[in-house]
Design a protein around this ligand. Structure first.
Ligand SMILES: [Zn+2]
Ligand SMILES: [Zn+2]
Length: 408
């Protein structure tokens, strides 16, 4: 069955003609350059195979030690879950949960949802199918295994003065899991699943769009249709713009801005060694790294925890102001800012991961004790709220006053 002739770009709402794309090629919006759809590289069944492989990899990556630390002559193995459980039981449940969520729960749910989407597709279970596809769609931005692994490397580098570190088999499992889940993310697409559903179970709804100018695009299943209150394919409420997008984005952004102050003023980590108490803020931590000649890590941490959150807040604030003041130039540039903000978002969580990993690795009671400070909690909130802000912003608002005379 053929697809519709027209669809709207989910990035800028431009009506574009649907053209066939060759394998391994992507179709991009001519106006905002958002990727509209991909030429099918692999079949849906390959998605399933990759997801099952990833699920199997959860066993070695989560239950075998990732690193073993030799501290004061004792060998201490550390697995990913045991680290986060230590963090939760020592008074930082939110931090522990955030790490467990981004590095284990989300990848597990995404892979599991691919499997359940296939099952539901075969058995015609609409509710499960819709739930699975939207889980994949909404959680994939929160998958942070890559950030976790980079953080683990930095943490190991920072504590190599205190202890000997040995790589465990769980780490290989984690690297493989990262590889397989990244492969899955580049292939999996909600649009394809919904098309498969439509082909299998509801062939009648493909009514041709007679008047593209009154059509509306469903952001859940990426189906362009004649305007109505609910999507005819996924049955969700349908809006031409995300409801209350500007208000919600401002709310999240202002909350993040408030928390960025304690995040930078309060100490983010506290190290107790031989009775001495060393407190570090984000900035003094970076300064300390420079003093000990770890320039590379100092730059990474500085960019990830100071430059990125501030740039995200300023960038989104600028976009919101432009929308509200109906600024009519530089649409492309503003779209680029929005894409950059979304893409870079998760990397700001890195310092938090580093601290948490260091804590679970070297927190050994009286002689050497390492805990996150209150600044770390505030910083975690900054990261979460800036990510929520980026998610609630509707990029189509940028283009609402775009004049066709500007270009093409
Ligand atoms: Zn577009
Ligand atoms: Zn829909």
């Amino acid at each position: 069955m053929e697809d519709a002739k027209f669809r709207r770009c989910h990035g800028c709402d431009l009506v574009v003609e649907v053209a066939k794309v060759a394998k391994k090629q992507n179709a991009h919006c001519p106006r905002c350059n958002t990727q509209l759809y991909r030429g099918n590289r692999i079949s849906l069944n390959s998605d399933l195979a990759i997801a099952v492989a990833a699920l199997l990899l959860f066993i070695p990556s989560h239950f075998f030690p990732m690193v073993t630390i030799q501290l004061f002559g004792v060998m201490i193995p550390a697995t990913l879950p045991s680290g986060t459980i230590t963090l939760m039981s020592e008074g930082f449940p939110m931090l522990g949960l955030l790490i467990l969520f981004c590095s284990s729960i989300v990848p597990f749910l995404v892979c599991g949802s691919v499997v359940s989407a296939h099952l539901a597709l075969r058995r015609k279970w609409f509710t499960l199918f819709r739930l699975s596809v939207s889980t994949i769609q909404h959680l994939k931005d929160w998958m942070m295994l890559d950030v976790f692994l980079v953080s683990l490397a930095i943490a190991c580098f920072k504590i190599q003065d205190h202890a000997d570190i040995f790589v465990g088999s769980g780490l290989y499992g984690l690297v493989l899991l990262l590889f397989v889940t990244s492969l899955l993310l580049t292939h999996v697409s909600a649009r394809r699943y919904w098309r498969a559903w439509q082909r299998k179970h509801q062939q009648k709804i493909e009514a041709p769009i007679t008047r593209p100018e009154t059509s509306i695009h469903c952001e859940h299943c990426h189906f362009t249709q004649q305007s109505g209150t609910h999507c005819i394919r996924c049955k969700r409420p349908i809006h031409s713009r995300k409801p209350k997008s500007i208000q919600k984005t401002w709310l999240y952004l202002l909350t993040a801005t408030i928390f960025i102050i304690p995040a930078n003023v309060l100490s983010i980590s506290i190290l107790l060694t031989n009775g001495k108490r060393l407190e570090d803020t984000i900035f003094s931590g970076v300064a300390g790294l420079i003093k000990t000649d770890m320039y590379g890590i100092a730059i990474i941490i500085f960019v990830a925890s100071i430059v990125v959150p501030v740039a995200k807040i300023l960038g989104l604030g600028y976009l919101l102001l432009c929308v509200q003041f109906k600024r009519s130039v530089f649409h492309q540039q503003r779209m680029a800012i929005y894409s950059a903000v979304k893409w870079i978002g998760k990397w700001s969580v890195m310092d938090l991961f580093v601290i948490s990993i260091m804590m679970t690795l070297i927190d050994r009671g009286q002689i050497l004790d390492f805990t996150p400070g209150l600044g770390a909690v505030a910083f975690g909130l900054v990261v979460v709220f800036t990510m929520l802000a980026a998610e609630s912003f509707d990029s189509r608002l940028i283009w609402d006053n775009y004049e066709r005379t500007d270009k093409s």
